[in-house]
Design a protein around this ligand. Structure first.
Ligand code: ADP
Length: 244
């Protein structure tokens, strides 16, 4: 275990030079795949995520259909080459859990009542993993759902805060996640502030929890602006192509 001093120094500088309230660098591009109904590629620090959305389409097998609303089926997958030691390919407990919590979060913002018996499939492929992949995947899924033209109440967005060296900080990197004290990923609907996902790893006091929660919320609003820019850019270049 690394000492706290190595994760954050007395001036509040982190290993990668960030201050406690800084996000890692984020780059989002909408509409990157031709065969998907909607897609998004997202880089968040050292994370690289590709999301493809299909639907609404008839849910199969039929017994999973809901006659009153659509189901949202997110499938989170980490590529074998996405981590330092090759990950065993295929689903594991962690990816099943992440797929479930992301599906439940997305169901809260999609207008599922409009599509009885349908399925909206959200494939999340993690190509490079460096901590925070569930937030990166959910954030990219929000953009890909918009790109697919699926009616939404809002564009869901996610970000984590955590604790390292006794301090609450935004958006943990790999070393911080491995050797830090706590990680608190959240997803929200930015328009209403509704919490769509909240998980916690490690230990926080109530005061630290409140501080980390507020910081993660602020992070979500920052990421939300980057999402909106990526969507605008996609539609501006599509409009320019039509004009030409
Ligand atoms: P998240 O990626 O959402 O933070 P975790 O906290 O479970 O989810 O994982 C933190 C990081 O640990 C991942 O982003 C990845 O870099 C690494 N990791 C997760 N699973 C594995 C694995 N099976 N092998 C190697 N590294 C992994």
């Amino acid at each position: 275990m690394k000492s706290d001093r190595e994760l954050i120094n007395s001036e509040g500088r982190r290993l990668d030079g960030r201050s406690p309230h800084d996000l890692r660098k984020i780059k989002i591009e909408a509409g990157v795949l031709h065969r998907a109904d909607g897609s998004c590629s997202l880089e968040w620090g050292g994370n690289k995520v590709l999301v493809a959305v299909y639907g609404p389409r008839e849910a199969v097998p039929r017994h999973v259909q809901n006659p009153l609303k659509a189901i949202v089926q997110a499938r989170y997958n980490m590529a074998a080459f996405s981590v330092e030691d090759r990950k065993r390919p295929g689903p594991d407990r962690r990816s099943v859990e992440i797929s479930k919590v992301i599906s439940e979060a997305l169901e809260k913002v999609v207008l599922i009542e409009q599509f009885p018996r349908a399925s909206i499939d959200v494939n999340i492929e993690v190509l490079d993993a460096e901590a925070g992949t569930r937030c990166a995947g959910l954030t990219a899924a929000g953009v890909a759902l918009v790109d697919a033209g699926i009616p939404l109440r809002d564009i869901p967005v996610a970000c984590a805060a955590g604790k390292i060296g006794g301090r609450v900080v935004l958006d943990l990197g790999k070393e911080e996640d491995n050797y830090g004290d706590a990680d608190l990923p959240i997803a929200i609907s930015p328009r209403t502030g509704e919490v769509l996902l909240l998980q916690m790893d490690g230990h926080l006091t109530i005061d630290e929890f409140n501080e980390a929660f507020d910081l993660a919320m602020k992070g979500c609003y920052e990421v939300s602006e980057i999402q909106k820019k990526a969507i605008l850019q996609k539609y501006q270049s599509a409009a320019a192509e039509v004009q030409e």
